[in-house]
Ligand binder design. Structure first.
Ligand code: PLP
Length: 370
């Protein structure tokens, strides 16, 4: 199979990730619960993962909270800052992992709607939408549909000037673009462990610039005589047994990235994206491409006269995995004018090869009759 659905979850992972998961299952128990060797090994693995993540993302280890995925972290962040009826400003490119919790809370959602691949317009839209009664701003760093890199640093500076807390959804940027909690001074940055960080599914992290409210309560192995959750991080929001094999895999994924270097990853994906754009240029399709600093390794396309789900099914029959439809982000499609049709999304990783891009272009050309 040629796997071009890395924006959903990256596949393959670096070999050391699989090895670390297995090793943890064989040797680690539950962290923070006991003092025996297997519990200590689990605790050390978790600490190292927080430490390496903290180094990568400009924060202290205890500000790194393990979550199940990005959605879990976003729920923690949103439900800490936003109460029913509160006014919240979001970008026009948010995922349902942001929109559904806000809707469920009954928040007043103001969309800083903006044009695709136009950071000045995005910034302008936020500037106009943020008012004195805005309780929080939520901005995705990169659109999961179009790979559009939003001007998150400038949005963060705007939020600091206006005194509004910022939540960054780094689901599509963590492991690909530089990101620092200290520099942005965001309230929270949520990310999956299983996409650009090359960890296993079921992992994620929330970087906490402030202490979040609990989403659920339970045992932490700390302050056990009290019925209240501890007020310190990370215990406050890490009730129950941790996903230790997942954390061990995530640690291996982060170490892979540190060795490889984010710049090399980004440059590699950028070159492959340019190639993809070039190889598809003569096909009867529309590509949503800007390239350069405006786009990561995610490309959406539509083909005149084709239903995108049907086209994705034909590609799947030919051994190529892409994702079609609205990608849980209808607002992003609204911004780009693709809400009615959806798109085919091709998403790359550090393991995608030029040969796979060639095969994809040939296969798509064959299906489209070119
Ligand atoms: N936000 C964005 C921009 C995403 O692309 C995704 C997943 O595709 C999510 C949030 C949710 O991530 P997870 O599946 O890890 O909860």
């Amino acid at each position: 199979m040629i796997y071009l659905d890395n924006a959903a979850t990256s596949m393959p992972k670096p070999p050391e990730v699989y090895a670390a998961v297995q090793e943890a299952m064989l040797s680690c128990a539950s962290l923070g619960r006991s003092g025996h060797a297997a519990a200590r090994k689990a605790a050390e693995t978790a600490f190292l993962c927080r430490q390496e993540a903290g180094e990568l993302f400009g924060t202290d280890p205890e500000q790194v909270v393990f979550t199940m995925n990005a959605t879990h972290g976003l729920n923690l962040a949103i439900k800490t800052l936003v109460k029913p009826g509160d006014r919240v400003v979001v970008s026009g490119f948010e995922h349902n992992a942001v929109m559904r919790p806000l809707h469920h809370l009954g928040a007043q959602i103001e969309t800083a709607g903006s044009r695709l691949f136009d950071p000045d317009d995005t910034l302008d839209a936020f500037d106009h939408a943020i008012t004195r009664d805005t309780k929080a701003v939520i901005c995705t760093h990169v659109s999961n549909v179009f790979g559009y890199v939003l001007p998150v640093e400038q949005v963060a500076a705007l939020c600091r000037r206006r005194g509004v807390p910022l939540i960054v959804d780094a689901a599509q940027s963590a492991g690909i673009l530089p990101l620092s909690l200290k520099q942005l001074q965001a309230a929270f940055i949520a990310m999956p462990g299983h996409k650009g960080l090359y960890g296993p599914q079921g992992t994620g992290m929330l970087l906490c610039g402030q202490t979040p409210d609990t989403l659920f309560e339970g045992g932490t192995g700390s302050l056990s005589a009290s019925l209240d959750m501890p007020d310190f991080l990370p215990d406050r929001v890490e009730a129950g047994t941790h996903n230790v094999p997942g954390i061990a895999g995530l640690l291996a994924g982060i170490r892979y990235l540190k060795r490889r270097g984010l710049t090399a990853v980004r440059q590699g994906e950028n070159a492959l994206l340019r190639k993809l754009h070039r190889e598809l240029r003569d096909l009867p399709i529309r590509q949503y491409y800007a390239g350069g600093t405006l786009q990561t390794g995610v490309l959406s396309l539509t083909a005149e006269g084709w239903d995108c789900e049907e086209l994705a099914a034909r590609l799947s029959d030919a051994g190529i995995a892409v994702r079609a439809g609205l990608h849980c982000a209808p607002m992003a499609h609204k911004c780009a004018g693709t809400l009615e049709t959806g798109t085919i999304r091709v998403s790359l990783s550090d393991f995608t090869t030029p040969q796979e891009i060639d095969r994809f272009a040939e296969t798509l050309g064959g299906i489209l009759g070119n």
